[in-house]
Write a protein that binds this ligand. Sequence first.
Ligand code: FRU
Length: 518
Amino acid sequence: MKKNISALIIAATLHSGLHAQSDFKLSEEQLYRPNFHFSPKKGWMNDPNGLYYKDNVYHLFFQYYPDGNKWGPMHWGHATSKDLVKWEEQPVALYPDDLGYIFSGSAVVDKNNTSGFGDSRNNPVVAIYTYHNTNREKDGKIDVESQGIAYSLDNSKTWTKHSANPVLKNPGIRDFRDPKVFWDAKIQQWIMVLAAQDRTHFYASKNLKDWIFQSEFGKDLGGHGGVWECPDLFPLKVEGSKEEKWVLIVNINPGGPNNGSAGQYFVGDFDGKTFKIDEHFTQQLQREKAAWLDWGKDNYASVSFDNAPQNKRVIIGWMSNWEYAQEVPTEVWRSSMTVAREVSLKKTKDGYILKNIPVAQLENYSERSIQKKINVKPENNLVGKSEIDLTKTVLDFDLKKMTAGTYRFTLKNTLEEELTFGIDNKRNELFIDRSKSGKTGFGNHYATSVTKAPLGRIYTNAKMKLVIDKTSIEIFFNDGEKVLTEIFFPNENFSELTLSTDTKGSTLSINAHQLNIR
Ligand code: FRU
């Protein structure tokens, strides 16, 4: 979170809550409420928490302040989905209590009732979260964060907090939070990965109640421009081989590749005690310093689902950035989540790439589609108003015979506002420029710096999948090898998409789907 949690706490105390509904808010609803990305009906939201799947339902919890549109006393909000696409908001799951605000964490399906919280009919779902104690903080104490647990026996309709919380006390580290827990089948125990300042700590437990410290990871490795938050650890098969590697995701704020908050990852091995980065990945880190899950400014706190079906590893991130999250121009609610994405691991001669692409279910909602193939000219109209509604779209681009120029795609409205993005094949980078995208006056870097992601070479063929909603774009380059996610706030929704280039001879195939998810 913010560099300074105390500043947020003071702001939250002073904050007066939501204002009455006005005409402006109706238009805000029409203009900015995402068509298909999850956003709460009202109030402030940040990180996704406690993602799990059970009995055919996906559960998404989230950092939530229902009574204001800025960060405040943290609850866990709740939403459910049958397919990871269409979400239904549920009543608040966890409320702050005497031990503190309920900060980020995870949830696990305790299939063997190791916790003993289950009864003869139901295995429990156990949530493991951070208590942030503002009273201790006001007293100037260091040990303000500890870990607590709660369980549900009715698929998250009701929760009971454990009577002996906290289950993991603070060892004297100021930032000590965001437990991500999973069952390590090999060693038959639970593992917790926890963010501790700018490291991760690993703990083990047989029953989710008693935790024993195992090891620490992260000194001098990867990005250290800010505090480490919301880690995740999971095994993944390397594409096209039998090799299995462990991936450690660590979110960092600030210190992202394009300023502010972002998610980095490490690839290595975990033996139930210690995480060691792979040699091949070490060389990659020597060249690149850090590996980024998403290069855009708006994908933070990505974590994965427990118990997802078919062994898939699915993540969701918070589509904002602590640099300006509390200032973006919505009043009734603030922020939304990314689409659910499936991750996979690719090994190349240069290292490992943690790819992520939208879950396939998204395209089940296609209500209209168009296909086109064009010979690329200097100026090209790609999608017009009457063809596809560009506020609820998935587009696939296939560029061929590319040359060393710039492929500049532009989303436009009739007010001459625009969001540009594309491939600079001279400088070998992807970019997003939101300097003319409408309301931009917040944060230090919201619109003043062009977002860039290095490509390392000239591409002659490239694919891009775009997921576009009213206020966000998610760009998946070459099957998710490079991803950029950003939000925007035009004064009228974008309705046209064009391409301008200074290159010759390229072709572009377009496959566009308009989605109907309401
Ligand atoms: C990340 C974060 C977490 C913390 C939560 C508080 O955005 O700062 O580290 O648990 O938000 O809302």
